[in-house]
Design a protein around this ligand. Sequence first.
Ligand code: SF4
Length: 375
Amino acid sequence: MKYVEEFRDSAKARALVKEIERLVAVIGPNGRPIHIMEVCGGHTHSIFRYGLEGMLPKSIELVHGPGCPVCVLPMGRVDDCVSIAQDEGVIFTTFGDAMRVPGSTKSLLQAKADGADVRMVYSPLDALAVARKNPDRQVVFFGLGFETTMPSTALTILQAEREGVENFSVFCNHITIVPTIKAILDSPDLRIDGFLGPGHVSMVIGTAPYAFISSFYKKPMVVAGFEPLDILQSIWMLLKQIAEGRCEIENQYARIVPDQGNDAALNAVNRVYELREFFEWRGLGSIDRSGVRLRKEYARFDAERKFDLPNVRIADPKSCQCGEVLKGVIKPWQCKVFGSACTPETPLGALMVSSEGACAAYYQYGGLKQSQAAE
Ligand code: SF4
């Protein structure tokens, strides 16, 4: 398959690893590993799926960032979803991986088992189709994700407006990547030497919004694709910058990511949403201007305005260390409940739910064995 097989070539991967080892030797020891954060959960998944971490020199430590939107959804927002879904007049539609995220009392899947009409969809347009077919019910779509999914939700709202569909609304939990990276860079317990930038988000926003990372924080970033050679090449590009004393925003994924972003998607985003003053992230707390809501012109499509929500802030269970994993302070298998009280079948924290969650990736691709070996 074009653009897939050639990015999985094992001989080229070995050659890249050799080049990475050479650059690590040029950079030399500085008393601690080189910390590289992959911002995006899709990268985390690829890194474990293809065993890339094990191919790298020990002096490179990959830190798994907060770029899995399901993983950073706070319990209180899940409770809000359950509350909407339990309204008898509502059909609640959502992507499948959000159904198992634990709320304080139940997940959407459990709400469905208890009788709520919760339906899995593959896109917001599917949810709009459900609304057209059920004019006597309120159909709510759970809008979730970074800039990658924001445009499709916005375009669906614009479509609903054009068609005059009045029984469709969005529970908007879309979040935005730039303030999140800034919060990570401002975090005192993090020492990141460079970033693998998110490929899908950048397809929409381009590379220019990351300029502050190199100009102000003096950290390099390489926007990376998701195949094994993409990731290894991006790590090599980052190390090359460090070895040469450069600090730039580079684009390894240029076959997909235009530096200027996608105008049509950005226009839809700017038309429909505005920034919230702050948004709560699981494990990271409240981050200023890191989420969006619907503009008042689209209030009739806004589930937060249509429904009374509990809107309560719920702390994670005490045994849950998702926040420390999200900030890269501990590895997933170092969480006290990893593989025991928390597994993909019975997730205690959201990082064990989505395939892009670091804990689920570790569990699925051998991290459990690593954890047991370490004990
Ligand atoms: S093992 Fe479970 S509780 Fe612990 S950090 Fe991972 S998802 Fe959170």
